[in-house]
Design a protein around this ligand. Structure first.
Ligand code: CP
Length: 303
């Protein structure tokens, strides 16, 4: 039976650890030989209706190095932009390709693709969720800290798709996550209702509240794709949520700073933090490639 990856909770905790094991193997193996052709003969589409640097490139490289063929489909150049239904598109693509990686606005659209296609569908970001990002994020924490046990994550900023997936992932993996957001930009109630271990998720409007004992301090853009018209208003509201030297005065020495990128330097984070010794943002970005390769191997039962 096909497996989709539309949300982090499409995997179990054990499966996530299995994917981390595969990630470690593939990451080591890549140092010797980049090509590991377990997806030979498979074609996987990337249907993107929003811009991307990391997700698109890391998936295309992942598919190439696994011996498969990637086909990039921009939203505007497919017939979906002229009104062809997701159902018809999914049924047609099912006759040609072996998987589809989708970046779009509505979570319902990726769900609809998954419903009508006979291949694995991967969510490469919707307005609600970004599961591929947090798969790499949790792997990065695991790699840097050596464990996910007793880790405390503090997320500061917008209660957006990345924040939602971090919350659901932390719940699944048994990690404490503390969120500092302005009142108007709290995570969605729809997401918070899905949390099973309510004691693991704490939310506050005070950005200083969860700094002191954090192992991970994470932020993201204040202006996600689609929010551009609100940029100036958001900049004012989020001003006190900037991750800067002053906010981080009382941190543990060995905390790690994370950001899914792209960053608006000087907005949500100061240069000296993102470029500082505690920052792991470029290792985190690199791990998108390794974890997505492992995810593909897992979904296609290749390792
Ligand atoms: N973090 C992330 O998804 O980056 P891109 O938007 O560049 O893909």
């Amino acid at each position: 039976m096909k497996r989709d990856f539309l949300r982090i909770k499409d995997l179990t905790r054990d499966e996530i650890y299995k994917i981390f094991d595969i990630t470690k193997k593939l990451k080591n193996q890549r140092k010797k030989n980049r090509i590991f052709p377990v997806l030979k003969g498979l074609s996987i589409g990337l249907l993107f209706t929003k811009p991307s640097t990391r997700t698109r490139v890391s998936f295309e490289v992942a598919i190439y190095e696994l011996g498969g063929n990637s086909i990039y489909l921009s939203g505007e150049t497919t017939q979906i932009s002229r009104g062809e239904t997701v159902k018809d598109t999914a049924k047609v693509l099912s006759r040609y390709i072996d998987g589809l990686i989708i970046r779009t606005y509505e979570q319902e659209e990726v769900e609809e693709f998954a419903k009508w296609s006979n291949f694995p569908v991967i969510n490469a970001l919707t307005d609600l969720l970004h599961p591929c990002q947090v798969l790499a994020d949790f792997f990065t924490i695991y790699e840097k800290k050596g464990t996910l046990k007793n880790i405390k994550i503090t997320y500061i900023g917008d209660g957006n798709n990345v924040c939602h997936s971090l919350i659901l992932g932390a719940d699944l993996l048994g990690i404490e996550i503390r969120i500092s957001c302005p009142e108007k930009y709290m995570p969605s109630e729809k997401i918070l209702k899905q949390v099973e271990n309510k004691n693991l998720v704490k939310i506050d409007t005070n950005p200083e509240r969860f700094i002191q004992d954090a192992d991970v301090i994470y932020t993201d853009t204040w202006v996600s794709m689609g929010d551009e018209k609100e940029a100036e208003e958001r900049k004012k509201i989020f001003k006190s949520y900037q991750v800067n030297r002053k906010l981080l005065e009382s941190t543990k020495k060995d905390f790690i700073f994370m950001h899914c990128l792209p960053a608006h330097r000087g907005w949500e984070v100061e240069d000296e933090i993102i470029d500082g010794k505690n920052s792991v943002v470029f290792d985190q970005a690199e791990n998108r490639l390794h974890t997505q390769k492992a995810l593909l191997c897992f979904l296609y039962h290749k390792l």
